[in-house]
Design a protein around this ligand. Structure first.
Ligand code: C2E
Ligand code: MG
Ligand code: MG
Length: 573
């Protein structure tokens, strides 16, 4: 009798008996099918696990002497026979072959099979043996998962991920053929009302019906996708030059308009469709979807229940609209923040103040520079709120700093204001409120107005400038040299400081002419009682030249970049 205790290797003479016992166990094992076949692929021996494949009323014993042709579909039996004969001829195993087993009169199954040559004691091949596992459940789970990854669960349509994949493929395919593709972006009109009035089940029902109609209304080669909510996309990937996507869109708009009747209720929904077409294989998929989306918005804006074709001019307008909404949000969510760029006296290199520079911490784009949103905000009436925020925050910060022990005396805060704000009669009041609220001496605040802002005319802002001067705040003309102001005029307008634009400072090292201009501007400004700041100092040479022509202050990356309030504290030491 064989005894195989732990830590004890059986003696050699016991091995043969042990093998037999193992074999018997294997043949009795559930779940796995083990079978041995002769050279003609007839069953010699089969394990209990093979019961699963034996037709009802027969047992595994009935398999002996039979072949696959007696139980399986012809196709499957032929494939198995071919494999086995190959193994017999080559002596090489086939491992983990995934195949679909098709039985006669029974449901199909997915199996993973390994087959090997069956050898006698001398090593001669006397048949084959195989081990087969039913993997139907795993395959089904994998397929379900793949389906879920690519499809929307409410409608069964392709989802965004699947759509983007097909769109990318369609663009690639366009490299090899003529024609074009169209994207139809569809959004249901007032769908929220269906959900709110009849509940989400009714909403889902409507979505499913819309999905069904879209599938019927489009071609078999089109991809119909649901992006989420009540947004759908139809990708017409293989349009010929003559095909007109507008006709497809028209059909869809009319098809959706037909009321949906369910459970005695009638839902009347309409949709708005935006179309974008391209024949450029290098077009960016995301841009295309965005363009179609924008055209859809245009369809909504022009009355809904219709389609519109993408137009680049409209693209700009709707981008502007989008940015306006985002900026509004930035103001309410406090996404704006300030950095401070130090200004230094050129006499003794002492830190004399900072300029507040606004930034936008956009949730998706990261930190956005002012040049990317200030001009836009000015155009769309949002600059007032931004300037008010900056003014208030800069004054609050200035108060916090200057009440610290040892803070440099006479430290100033420069704040940029838009010309548009200066023509607003309430602006001086806003400034005086901020000064009072944060207990700031007016002299410490310097308002910078860009020279380009004055092109509109001084008359409009004269009143505000006078009120500001009366308050005691200082006024600097920013970016001097980019506009057309004469210095004498600036003096009459009570400008205290001229900030020479970076473009001049940049060139003073290279061009004698610019150096002369800077020298002349400085001398004249001084003669007229105005101080001068050089902006955008990046090199030692520029700094030395500015100091050499008697410029009062300098600001630039050479000395310090715009920095956080904490960094300013560290700099002051
Ligand atoms: P600005 O008032 O002329 O501000 C100076 C700009 O030059 C800042 O750019 C600053 O970072 C940059 N700069 C400073 N030194 C150097 C240098 O050495 N080299 C170079 N290449 N650049 C330097 P920033 O912060 O991007 O501001 C751009 C413009 O946006 C400002 O020009 C100003 O006109 C406007 N701006 C900034 N903050 C505000 C604000 O709060 N309100 C308004 N209305 N406009 C603002
Ligand atoms: Mg400035
Ligand atoms: Mg400037």
């Amino acid at each position: 009798m064989v005894t195989a205790k732990r830590d004890e290797t059986p003696a050699v003479d016991q091995l043969a008996e042990l093998k037999l016992i193992c074999m018997e166990n294997l043949l009795e094992a559930p779940g796995v099918r083990v079978y041995f076949k002769d050279l003609d692929s007839r069953f010699l021996l089969v394990s209990k696990g093979c019961e699963a494949t034996v037709p009802v009323g027969l047992s595994t014993k009935d398999l002996i002497g039979k072949t696959d042709f007696d139980f399986y579909s012809r196709e499957h039996a032929e494939a198995a026979y071919r494999d086995e004969q190959d193994i017999i001829a080559s002596g090489i195993a086939i491992e983990n072959k995934l195949e679909r087993e098709t039985f006669r009169g029974r449901a199909d199954a997915w199996v993973s099979t390994t087959k090997m040559p069956l050898r006698d004691a001398q090593g001669g091949v006397i048949g084959t043996f195989g081990i087969t596992r039913d993997v139907t459940a795993q395959i089904k789970a994998e397929r379900d998962l793949a389906y879920q990854v690519l499809h929307d669960s409410v409608t069964g349509l392709a989802n965004r991920y699947c759509l983007m994949d097909r769109l990318t493929q369609a663009l690639v395919a366009m490299e090899r053929r003529s024609g074009h593709l169209a994207i139809l972006f569809l959004d249901l009109d007032h769908f929220k009302e269906v959900n709110d009035t009849y509940g989400h089940d009714a909403g889902d029902l409507v979505l499913a019906e819309v999905a069904r109609r879209l599938t019927t209304l489009s071609r078999r080669t089109d991809t119909v996708a649901r992006l989420g909510g009540d947004e759908f996309v139809v990708l017409c990937a293989s349009l010929s030059d003559e095909d007109d996507a507008s006709l497809v869109a028209q059909r869809i708009v009319e098809g959706i308009r037909v009321p949906i009747e369910r459970d005695g209720l009638e839902f009347a929904v309409t949709c708005s469709v935006g179309i974008i077409e391209t024949s450029d294989p290098r077009a960016d998929p995301e841009d295309l979807i965005r363009g179609a989306d924008e055209a859809m918005y245009e369809a909504k804006a022009s009355g809904r229940d219709r389609h519109r074709v993408y137009d680049p001019a409209l693209h700009f307008a709707s981008r502007a609209n989008h940015l306006k909404i985002e900026l509004d949000r930035a103001l309410t969510n406090q996404e704006l923040f300030l950095l401070y760029q130090p200004l230094f006296s050129l006499d003794d290199q002492a830190l004399v103040g900072v300029e507040a520079l606004v930034r936008w911490a956009h949730p998706e784009l990261g930190v956005v520079a002012p040049d990317d949103f200030i001009p836009f905000a000015e155009q769309h009436g949002l600059i007032g709120a931004i300037d008010a925020y900056v003014l208030n925050e800069a004054c609050r910060q200035l108060n916090e700093w200057t009440t610290r022990e040892g803070w440099p005396s006479g430290f100033t805060m420069a704040v940029n204001v838009s010309g548009r704000e200066l023509s607003n009669s309430g602006f001086a009041g806003l400034v005086s409120d901020a000064l009072r609220r944060h207990d700031i001496a007016p002299l410490r605040l310097c308002l910078e107005i860009s020279e380009t802002e004055f092109i509109g005319g001084w008359a409009e802002i004269q009143e505000t400038l006078e009120s500001l001067t009366a308050l005691g705040v200082r006024i600097a003309l920013d970016d001097f040299g980019t506009g057309y102001s004469s210095l004498a005029h600036l003096q009459r307008m009570k400008i205290d400081t001229v900030k020479i634009d970076r473009s001049f400072v940049e060139n003073i090292g290279r061009s004698d002419r610019d150096r002369e201009i800077v020298a002349a501007v400085t001398a004249m400004s001084h003669a007229l009682g105005m101080s001068v700041i050089g902006e955008g100092v990046e090199t030692d040479h520029q700094l030395a030249t500015l100091a050499g022509v008697d410029c009062d202050q300098g600001q630039g990356f050479l000395m310090a970049r715009p920095m956080s309030a904490d960094a300013v504290v560290a700099l002051v030491g």
